[in-house]
Design a protein around this ligand. Structure first.
Ligand code: LLP
Length: 446
């Protein structure tokens, strides 16, 4: 059994997290339910802060794409991290949560004019420019707003991290960034240096996600520093900031071997330092952008078991009240998760079952072949390590309302995302006059 953060088994044999009995939480807040362990999120932030900021003077920018809510923004701010946003919506969340804008970094391979305006109007810290087109429009908009945009240029360093194909981003055939190898990146630098409303601060790369090989980071850092040196030689520009992206892997399932944050920090910083010495460059300010490793292990999802269907000699399906709508990762990436019968933690595993979601889609499976005690309808199933890329990737497929999210800490519970209602699902529906029949009133639309 692998329990993270404040998780433990209480004297009723129930799974507990943040000092709260998960069976009680399920009863009170309903299921499916996202539960975030506040202490664990903070601890993960502190690990990064100590390893990178305190030890090496590097900045840690939390990647909001993994999980961004206003409450999460507040915690990230309190823990002294910066924030990486990737859309107008994420930026808006940060603005509304009063996140200090100078610590916000804006990513994205196709930022719209409106998004860029919003960012500049709020005096965002940095914009990570992804391509030559963006250089042009950013320069123009900054000029219109009579401001200067501080930028980092995103590079494609040609490093392949060993991870799932869909989430590799550092190799050359990628929609992200300017390629170093073919000269596009250097062209971008020259253009940026000529543009009067842009202030180039440095470079960025991100080589993938759920990475266990720290060597990949060292390799990427070396390629980036070689480029920094080439840029100095060819243009005279001195790079002051180097952002090496996120991607540190976490434990989801047997076989996953996460690396220690302190080791990750040392390898990254030492490599940059060595390369700086080798090329006689000043040491740039280094930044990293962890997402999954901050929020992933700190979240669980609670489901209630409904239909149990045994196909003798084939498979036992246990259907829960959630789906690929609240966690698309198994369907999308064949991601594997561990899960526990939260109300029978002390019972021995008796059978192998597969957990089905409730969407009309055979691929909507949350776990395959889990060893569990005999699972019955009404049991609470807790899937672990669901803090990252679940809510943030959730959908209303099959018109299922999104679950609520609560944050737990020493027995206290805060609701941080309200459960969607059926009325929420219709919030943006419009019926043209000519199609209207009558408006149906359903009492207590959930
Ligand atoms: N920085 C950049 C520029 C990124 O693109 C990403 C993730 C991160 C930082 C944070 O990476 P992390 O530390 O969370 O691995 N939906 C996929 C993951 C996609 C990651 C996209 N970029 C999944 O559920 O596995």
């Amino acid at each position: 059994m692998k329990l993270f953060g404040t998780m433990c088994v209480n004297n009723k044999g129930h799974l507990e997290i943040g000092g709260c009995d998960t069976v009680e939480l399920a009863r009170e807040y309903g299921t499916p339910l996202y539960v975030l362990d506040e202490k664990h999120v903070r601890k993960n932030c502190q690990n990064f802060y100590q390893a990178f900021t305190q030890k090496h003077g590097a900045d840690v920018l939390y990647a909001g794409k993994s999980l961004l809510t206003m409450a999460v923004c507040r915690i990230i701010d309190e823990e002294g991290l910066g924030l990486d946003v990737v859309s107008g919506g994420e930026l808006y969340t940060a603005i509304k949560a009063s996140f200090p804008m100078e610590r916000v970094y804006f990513h994205g391979n196709n930022k719209t004019v409106e998004e860029i305006r919003l960012a500049l109007e709020h005096k965002i810290g940095r914009i990570m420019v992804d391509n030559l087109h963006e250089l042009e429009i950013l320069n123009r908009i900054a000029g219109e707003l009579k401001t200067s945009a501080k930028i980092l240029i995103r590079l494609t360093p040609g490093v392949e991290a060993h991870t799932h194909e869909y989430i590799r981003t550092g190799h050359i055939d990628s929609k992200f960034g300017l390629v170093v190898e073919n000269g596009q990146a250097m062209e971008g630098v020259r253009k940026a240096l000529e543009m009067e409303n842009l202030e180039l601060c440095g470079f960025h790369c991100h080589i993938g996600s759920q990475i266990f090989e720290l060597e990949s980071y060292a390799h990427a850092a070396s390629v980036m520093m070689k480029f920094v040196s080439d840029v100095r030689d060819e243009t005279g520009f001195e790079t002051s900031e180097l952002d090496l992206g996120g991607g540190l892997g976490i434990y989801y399932y047997d076989g996953d071997q996460p690396q220690a944050v302190a080791e990750y920090a040392d390898i990254v910083i030492n490599t940059v330092q060595q390369q700086a010495e080798k090329f006689e460059l000043p040491m740039p300010k280094v930044m990293v952008e962890p997402g999954r490793s901050i929020t992933g292990p700190a979240g669980i999802t609670l489901y209630r078991v409904g239909a149990v269907k045994d196909i003798p000699n084939v498979r036992k399906y246990v259907a829960v009240d959630g789906s690929m709508g609240d966690n698309p990762r198994p369907a999308l990436y064949q991601a594997k998760y561990e899960a526990y019968a939260a109300n029978r933690m002390n019972e021995d595993a008796k059978e192998v079952v597969s957990v089905a979601g409730k969407c009309c889609e055979s691929g909507d499976m949350l776990n395959w072949d889990l060893s569990l005690p005999e699972v019955k309808s009404g049991d609470i199933l807790a899937v672990t390590a669901t803090g990252a890329y679940t809510y943030s990737m959730s959908s209303n497929y099959n018109r299922l309302p999104r679950p609520a999210m609560i944050m737990v800490n020493e027995g206290d519970v805060d609701l941080i995302i309200r459960r969607e209602t059926y009325a929420d699902l219709l919030r943006n529906d419009l019926v043209p006059e000519r199609l209207k029949k009558k408006v149906v009133n359903i009492a207590n639309a959930r």
